[in-house]
Design a protein around this ligand. Structure first.
Ligand SMILES: Cc1cc2nc3c(=O)[nH]c(=O)nc-3n(C[C@H](O)[C@H](O)[C@H](O)COP(=O)(O)OP(=O)(O)OC[C@H]3O[C@@H](n4cnc5c(N)ncnc54)[C@H](O)[C@@H]3O)c2cc1C
Ligand code: SF4
Length: 484
């Protein structure tokens, strides 16, 4: 597979990125694709490893390594190199319901486990995946293909993030009749409202939703199950119910002054930013905006980075990102060998942009918030911080006051919102995840399943798709009383 000498002949070449000062002028994706011939050469770098760790999805050292979807990476890299784009797309779609999403937003667990990366640069797996699926869309290969036969079984999928969509898509292809119930005004979950447009343009999500609707899946938006719809009634109406409601309970800040105006949870803020964009009007008319404000983002992870990138595009006056943990090392430690996920300091797009605009890295490591200060009108005016030592104890004398009119809390998620499991009488684990039977997606209630972040805890799009697909198989076994 691949070109036997490809990894020796060709260097890794990724999609170029627009320069930070250029891309912050818009909210579009900013990685123009390589031309097809160069992309084929990148496919040729795949080495046909005897054991392709890239597709293993194994948990090593407590972290996932390799693709959770077990994507057939060496196979489709070979087909790309040999210029069989249709076959490459067919092999890709065999394991991944939505490569156009993972090809854009996945952190590429596959590349961290690529054997080429052991002594050199890994294969550009994620971008190869994106090129293959986009070529398929462009060639008209992704036209709707509704199932020819229907089984008469009716399934309700609650929640339309990647897990719900993957589950609905799999079941619909097998001929079951699927209705997706979504409380938001548009389906897509965090793909639509959460992940910013510059990482995943919303037209890409809508394109997939249109295909799924044309294949027979019914989407009902504005339906809040557990509030507008009773769990028991839903069970009576459908042969099976799959709960894919995400893990949207945010971790709050418990500091004096928390009630000040101008404090937002990150996902609420990012959702409003996307809504403003989709409506096409100036954000500040109806929606919160960072324009001309000093922003503090609490949380140094990926969601915090998305907030930084969004605030810069909205024209903030400055941005600081606080992280309680110490700065990770620049290179892998000896205790963290390949093919484990590398625990190294990653500088993401938002941080690069902050450096380009404000001349410094926005991150302050080992720092936490101790209080918020409001002005006489109750609006946020400043944030009090202190540095932490290795034992997470405040270091005396490191207290600082940062002027701030907008504070975004991106401190992670505590798990699923409890009212949906309560509506079905389901148990939660101590970490606020819906409890399912061991190694499965079936809850304690017959015919009710759970998948995605709601079951697994806050994770990644690739994991959500895997959960949705696996849950769908178990739903089918339940519906038909066999297999699985
Ligand atoms: C800001 C942000 C950026 C991220 N960026 C990335 C990234 O770049 N790459 C990556 O791999 N992962 C990323 N993630 C994580 C990824 O988005 C999630 O792991 C994934 O979306 C989980 O999918 P899900 O289907 O389980 O849930 P979700 O995507 O959260 O979808 C759940 C859906 O259920 C709906 N719902 C909830 N309750 C109800 C109810 N009662 N009735 C009806 N509908 C309901 C919600 O409205 C939502 O649409 C990001 C997460 C965040 C917060
Ligand atoms: S889904 Fe993610 S981990 Fe899997 S092959 Fe694609 S980029 Fe790699």
């Amino acid at each position: 597979m691949g070109k036997p000498t490809g990894f020796l002949e060709y260097q890794r070449q990724g999609n170029p990125a627009q320069a930070p000062l250029e891309r912050i002028r818009h909210f579009h994706e900013f990685h123009p694709p390589l031309d097809w011939e160069e992309r084929r050469r990148q496919g040729a770098r795949c080495m046909a490893c005897g054991v392709p760790f890239c597709q293993s999805g194994a948990v090593l050292g407590g972290m996932a390594s390799g693709c959770p979807l077990h994507n057939l990476v060496p196979e489709w890299n070979d087909l790309l190199f040999r210029n069989h784009p249709e076959h490459a797309a067919a092999r890709l779609l065999k394991t991944n319901s939505f490569p156009e999403f993972t090809g854009r937003v996945c952190p590429a667990l596959c590349e961290a486990a690529c054997t080429c990366g052991l002594h050199g640069e890994p294969v550009t797996v994620k971008e190869n995946e994106l090129a293959i699926i986009e070529a398929a869309w462009a060639a008209g290969l992704m036209a709707p293909r509704p199932p020819r036969v229907r089984t008469g079984k009716r399934v309700a999928v609650v929640g339309s993030g990647p897990s719900g969509l993957a589950c609905a898509d799999w079941l619909n292809r097998r001929g079951h009749t699927v209705t997706v119930l979504e409380r938001a005004d548009e389906p897509g979950g965090l793909l639509m409202y959460g992940i910013p447009n510059m990482k995943l343009e919303k037209g890409i999500v809508r394109r997939r939703l249109e295909k799924m609707a044309a294949e027979g899946i019914v989407f009902r938006t504005g339906v809040d199950v557990g509030r507008d719809r009773d769990g028991e009634a839903l069970r009576r109406e459908y042969d099976a119910v799959v709960l894919c409601c995400g893990a949207s309970q945010p971790r709050d800040l418990t500091v004096p002054g928390r009630e000040a105006a101008g404090v937002w949870f990150a996902v609420d803020f990012l959702t409003q930013a996307t809504r403003a964009l989709l409506e096409g009007g100036p954000a500040e008319k109806h929606y919160p905006t960072a324009r001309d404000k000093q922003v503090v983002v609490v949380g140094g992870g990926d969601t915090g980075n998305d907030c930084v990138g969004t605030c810069i595009r909205q024209g903030c006056a400055g941005v600081v990102q606080l992280e309680m943990l110490p700065k990770p090392p620049e290179v892998r430690g000896s205790h963290n060998p390949w093919p484990e996920w590398p625990r190294v300091c990653k500088t993401d797009y938002g941080q690069e942009e902050a450096m380009a605009v404000f001349g410094q890295d926005p991150r302050r490591w080992q720092t936490t918030v101790t209080a918020l200060r409001a002005d006489s009108g109750g609006a946020l005016a400043a944030v009090e911080t202190v540095e932490l030592d290795e034992a997470m104890k405040p270091v005396p004398g490191t207290e600082r006051t940062i002027p701030c009119q907008l504070l975004l809390i991106a401190a992670g998620f505590l798990g699923a919102q409890s009212y949906v499991p309560e509506a079905f009488g389901l148990e939660l684990t101590p970490r606020c995840r819906v409890k399912t039977l061991e190694d499965g997606y079936q809850t304690s209630l017959p015919g009710v399943f759970a998948a995605g972040d709601m079951r697994r805890g806050q994770s990644l799009v690739a994991w959500a798709i895997r959960e949705g697909r696996e849950a769908a198989r178990q739903v089918e076994a339940w519906l038909l009383g066999c297999g699985g």
